[in-house]
Design a protein around this ligand. Structure first.
Ligand code: ZN
Length: 243
C-alpha cells in the first residue's frame, strides 16, 4: 500500500469517527434531560406526599378536638340537669358545678377558635400548594413523555445510521495498517477525535497555523507521515483527497 493510500485511509477513518461522535452526542443530551425531569417529578411527588400527610394529621387532630368537644357538651348538659334538679346541698357545691360548666364552655370556644383560625388557614394553604404541584406534575409528565418519545425515535433512527457507520468503519479498518491505526488512536485521544488535519493553501486546517512552503510541497508528495508542528495532527494535503 502506498503512503498516499495509507494517509487517505486514516483521513476516511477520521471522517467516519467524527460522524459517529456526532451521532452519540446527539443522543447523549436527551437521556440527561429525562433524568432531570424524573428527579423533578420525584421532588414534586415527595412534596405532595408530605402535604397530604400534614392534611391528614390536621383532619385527625380536628376529629380529636371534635370528640373532646362532644364529651364537654355532654358534661355541660349533665351538670346543667343537676343544677336545675335542686338536688345540690350547698352553695359551694352549686358554685363549683357552675364553674365547671363555664370552664367547659370556654374550652369548647377555644377549641373551635383554634380550629377555625389556625387549621382552616393551613388547610387552605395546603390545598393551594397541592393544586399547584398537580399543575407542575402535569407539565413535567407531558415533557417526560415528549422526551421519551424523542429518545425512542432517535434511537430507532440513529441505530440504523450507527450500524451503517460502524460497518463502514470496519471496512476502512481492513485497509489500515495496525501500526498506523495505533498512531491514529494516540492522536485522536488527545485531539478529541480529530487526528487528521487537511493542509489547504499552506495552512493546517486543524489549528490554522501556517506551514512553510517547502514542507507543504513534501506533504503533497506524501512520501511519509507529517505531523503539524503546532497541533500534532497527521497532515494530509487537500489535493490528495480531492483528486
Ligand atoms: Zn495543526
Amino acid at each position: 500500500m502506498s503512503m498516499k493510500e495509507r494517509l487517505i485511509g486514516l483521513y476516511k477513518l477520521n471522517k467516519v469517527d467524527r460522524e459517529l461522535h456526532e451521532l452519540m452526542s446527539l443522543r447523549g443530551d436527551i437521556p440527561l434531560r429525562i433524568e432531570d425531569l424524573e428527579s423533578e417529578k420525584r421532588e414534586h411527588d415527595n412534596r405532595a406526599a408530605e402535604l397530604r400527610k400534614e392534611l391528614e394529621d390536621i383532619i385527625s387532630a380536628e376529629e380529636g378536638v371534635q370528640t373532646e368537644n362532644d364529651t364537654l357538651l355532654e358534661k355541660i348538659e349533665k351538670n346543667d340537669e343537676r343544677l336545675r334538679s335542686g338536688a345540690l346541698k350547698s352553695n359551694k357545691e352549686y358554685d363549683a358545678l357552675a364553674k365547671e360548666i363555664e370552664d367547659a364552655k370556654e374550652k369548647i370556644h377555644l377549641n373551635e377558635k383554634a380550629s377555625k383560625e389556625d387549621n382552616s388557614a393551613r388547610k387552605g394553604e395546603i390545598e393551594n400548594e397541592l393544586s399547584l404541584i398537580a399543575g407542575q406534575l402535569d407539565e413535567v409528565n407531558a415533557e417526560l413523555e415528549t422526551n421519551n418519545h424523542e429518545l425512542e425515535e432517535l434511537t430507532r433512527q440513529t441505530g440504523e445510521e450507527e450500524k451503517e457507520l460502524v460497518a463502514e468503519r470496519n471496512e476502512i479498518l481492513k485497509n489500515i495498517d495496525p501500526e498506523d491505526f495505533a498512531h491514529y488512536e494516540r492522536i485522536s485521544k488527545v485531539k478529541y477525535g480529530e487526528a487528521v488535519a487537511i493542509v489547504r493553501k499552506g495552512s493546517c486546517l486543524g489549528c490554522y497555523s501556517s506551514i512553510p512552503p517547502q514542507k507543504a510541497i513534501e506533504i503533497r508528495m506524501a512520501e511519509k507521515f507529517y505531523a503539524c508542528e503546532s497541533c500534532g495532527r497527521i497532515l494530509i494535503a487537500e489535493e490528495l483527497i480531492t483528486a
